[in-house]
Design a protein around this ligand. Structure first.
Ligand code: URA
Length: 252
């Protein structure tokens, strides 16, 4: 997105103005005169920026397979045309933490702070997530954090199923290269996308085997910290889930 437009959108968001999803603008076609027959010049198609629906879809499966390291995967992601998602975001949000950690945390999608900093979970909910993990002895060196979707959805809405599907090859390759032993699914959207189950209220804290990155890995659904910030009474349940996570990591 153009820089001046980006700062205008930021300003609108800051002051609470509802900003519509931005689509690349397409100049209107010239109207043909009805009196004179069209000249050869008038009949040639005018060049205009391609609307995102017209752009050829890059094949993420092929792109990710070519990435042999996490760094290459990050570069591939930065250059990927994710259509409306990457059009509306500042940058791709890849990961933070220790890629060699046993635990990989998979959140939902970047928000505003993550879009600005290019790292997942760096805003208010990220701070709570860090505190929660630190409470069971997992500092920044013991976790590797990423998201289901790598570009900030407009207006922080939940990612759509087709956006999750588009980003899935990146997630699978990410797991394949980082080789975590345990997955923490943060939030209902991540849980549903990776387990098929719905309802975080009834399924949080229940270990599941999930297929990811060509492996079957144990995964624990956890309440999203943004949800816990709104529902602090649920922190007690989240604490029990965190203890279960610690116990699992101790068995490795
Ligand atoms: N919420 C998420 O799920 N992921 C982030 O990176 C930030 C907020």
């Amino acid at each position: 997105m153009d820089k001046a437009l980006r700062s205008l959108v930021d300003w609108y968001e800051k002051i609470g103005v509802d900003v519509p999803d931005l689509v690349p603008s397409i100049p209107p076609r010239k109207k043909r005169s009805t009196s004179t027959p069209p000249t050869a010049e008038a009949t040639t198609t005018p060049t205009r920026p391609k609307a995102r629906s017209e752009r050829p879809r890059p094949n993420a499966d092929i792109i990710v397979k070519a990435a042999k390291t996490l760094e290459e995967l990050h570069i591939a992601m930065q250059g990927f045309d994710a259509g409306a998602l990457s059009d509306g975001a500042r940058q791709a949000v890849f990961a933070r933490g220790n890629p060699e950690a046993d635990l990989m945390v998979i959140g939902e999608a970047p928000g505003r702070d993550e879009d600005i900093q290019g790292k997942p979970f760096v805003g208010q909910s990220g701070q709570l997530l860090d505190h929660m993990l630190a409470a069971i002895g997992l500092g920044k060196e013991s976790v590797y954090i990423t998201n289901l979707v790598n570009w900030r959805p407009p207006k922080n809405r939940n990612p759509k199923p087709e956006e999750i599907e588009m980003c899935r090859p990146f997630l699978d390759r990410h797991v394949e290269l980082a080789k975590p032993k345990v997955i923490l699914l943060v939030g209902g959207v991540s849980m549903t996308a990776l387990t098929g189950m719905t309802g975080i209220m009834k399924n949080h804290g229940q270990w599941q085997d999930i297929q990811i990155g060509g492996e079957t890995l144990p995964a624990l659904p956890l309440y999203h910290p943004a949800f816990l910030l709104r529902q602090p009474a649920l922190k007690k349940e989240a604490w029990r889930d965190l203890l279960s996570l610690r116990a699992k990591l101790e068995t490795l």
